[in-house]
Design a protein around this ligand. Structure first.
Ligand code: BES
Ligand code: MN
Ligand code: ZN
Length: 495
């Protein structure tokens, strides 16, 4: 599928289908549109009247034009109130058009949507992003071909200029989102710590990053007792993955992204129950998946920023080797942890990963993790929790997320709640009481950071969706690759 900005005017475009964006209370046909409507013998006005099209966000209408019309189909898409339009409105409008184009088996499509912030390149990029992500479907594990395969060959964006670079950058970003989606969708017998590490190796080879993999013995030497405690019951070797993107010029910043990478979370001896969430726990490497997705993008866009991508990959399983509830583990910073619940394993793997990341002497660390069910209870499935004691970093993440149209809500690092993590026998327990469970999880992680600005993202809700939603189809969403990429690029001059 070829997506490009073209300079052809709305009145001169000919082809299979033309999609037009309308604002709520803005469906009056005037100016250039009335000239177009004349050319189309009044079809626009008729379609608006007949379908009672209002321009409300999410509304759509389509019709076929007869005879020798230079355009065969017209699609109308509602964008909501003009004053509320943001980049994401255009992104989701484009996604709705793309879905209709697939359903209608269109080969050729043009879109004319309003410019956001009068910025053609930015608007074209958002349109391309909406289209690519809404059309991506993961059929890798189906033996029969798609019954309704995509026919779309060319998509032309009108009114934004050629925007060649912006669209090509979007394609790169989407390739990272799609990688993250596919990793999350892959079951635990396909994506294991070993194959996850192989994916990191491919990224390193293809895009010139360096890869260091710490095997079990290397982790032992570094004293990573928390990570290795989780890995103990798995028949598969743990892989501690460290990918580095080093720019050719002096970096303007050094950053670390740390992703929770449990390729399966059975809960361990505190086994999860069926009908709870055990069936979903292939997605427990969603943080690591987005980390690798971001690495794939950063390796191609080559910003002037040094970025370390860290994934402590393993499974949380049961066997005679499993850590017992009550065990005491020692993390690589020397802290001792009493395991009062083997299902709070993500924070144990992250503890050693954060200690490792801080030793890299970066300017900021962001971790992302499908860490707690409590965060889903607090914020629902579309919003990720964000914790940081560093307001500058928190603001950077929120701005990056806002541009991406990915949702975060800042939550408190309420020190008083640390009481709940005190252990009579070790430095701390791995699990606090049920209330505020996502906050105590964040406070647990904080024990493994000394002084580097750090933010924690609990992405348990948004990494997965059961049904089509905005730019996502059922399955892994690739959240928050786009936010991470925006955050890294915000420090770079030139990209
Ligand atoms: N991976 C889970 C969290 C999770 C739950 C992610 C549902 C996505 C959907 C995590 O390892 C976990 O089991 N957390 C426990 C913590 C508890 C034992 C303190 C939880 O949330 O129940
Ligand atoms: Mn768990
Ligand atoms: Zn988990």
């Amino acid at each position: 599928m070829d997506i490009r900005g073209i300079n052809t005017s709305l009145l001169d475009w000919t082809g299979e289908a033309l999609a037009l964006g309308f604002f709520e209370e803005g469906t009056e046909i005037k100016g250039e549109l009335s000239q177009l409507d004349e050319k189309l013998t009044g079809t626009l006005k008729d379609l608006i009247l007949e379908t009672e099209f209002t321009g409300k966000s999410g509304s759509k209408a389509i019709t076929r034009l007869g005879g020798n019309s230079p355009i065969r189909k017209i699609i109308l898409v509602g964008l909501g109130k003009a004053e509320d339009l943001k980049l994401n409105g255009v992104r989701e409008g484009a996604a709705a058009i793309a879905r209709l184009a697939k359903q209608e088996k269109l080969k050729n499509l043009a879109l004319s949507l309003p410019l956001v912030d009068n910025d053609g390149a930015k608007t074209a990029a958002a349109i391309a992003e909406g289209i690519i992500l809404a059309l991506h479907q993961d059929h890798r594990y189906k033996s029969e071909p798609d019954e309704n395969p995509l026919k779309l060959e060319t998509v032309e964006i009108l009114g934004c200029g050629e925007a060649t670079e912006a669209v090509s950058q979007t394609q790169t970003i989407c390739s990272g989102v799609i990688l993250a989606r596919e990793l999350v969708n892959s079951p635990a017998n396909m994506i294991t710590p070993v194959t996850f590490a192989e994916t990191a190796q491919e990224i390193a080879n293809n895009y010139g990053l360096t890869l260091e993999i710490l095997e079990q013995e290397d982790c032992e030497k570094l004293g990573m007792g928390a990570f290795l405690g989780v890995a103990k019951a798995s028949d598969l070797p743990p892989k501690f993955i460290h990918l580095t993107y080093q720019p050719s010029a002096t970096p303007q910043k050094k950053l670390a992204i740390v992703g929770k990478s449990l390729t399966f979370d059975s809960g361990g001896l505190n086994l999860k129950v069926a009908g709870g969430s055990i069936e979903m726990m292939k997605m427990d490497m969603g943080g690591g998946a987005a980390t690798l997705g971001a690495a794939k993008v950063i390796g191609q866009l080559k910003p002037n920023v040094e970025v370390h991508f860290v994934c402590a990959a393993t499974e949380n399983m049961i066997s005679g080797h499993a850590m017992h509830p009550g065990d005491i583990l020692t993390a690589s910073n020397g802290k001792t942890i009493e395991i009062n619940n083997t299902d709070a394993e993500g924070r144990l793997t992250l503890a050693d990963a954060l200690v490792f990341a801080e030793k890299l002497e970066v300017d900021a660390i962001v971790d992302l993790a499908t860490l707690t069910g409590a965060c889903i209870i607090a914020l629902g499935e579309n919003i990720s929790g964000l914790w940081s004691a560093d307001e500058t970093l928190a603001t950077q993440i929120k701005e990056a997320a806002d541009q991406a149209g990915e949702k975060f809500w800042q939550m408190p690092l309420e020190e008083k709640y640390f009481e709940g993590l005190k252990s009579p026998i070790a430095d701390l327990k791995n699990t606090g009481p049920r209330p505020g469970g996502s906050i105590t999880a964040a406070l647990f992680l904080k024990q493994f950071i000394k002084e580097t600005p750090w933010a924690h993202l609990d992405i348990a809700g948004p990494v997965w969706t059961d049904k089509e939603n905005g730019l996502n189809n059922a399955g892994g969403t690739g959240f928050p690759v786009r936010t991470l990429v925006n955050w890294v690029l915000s420090f770079s001059s030139g990209v």
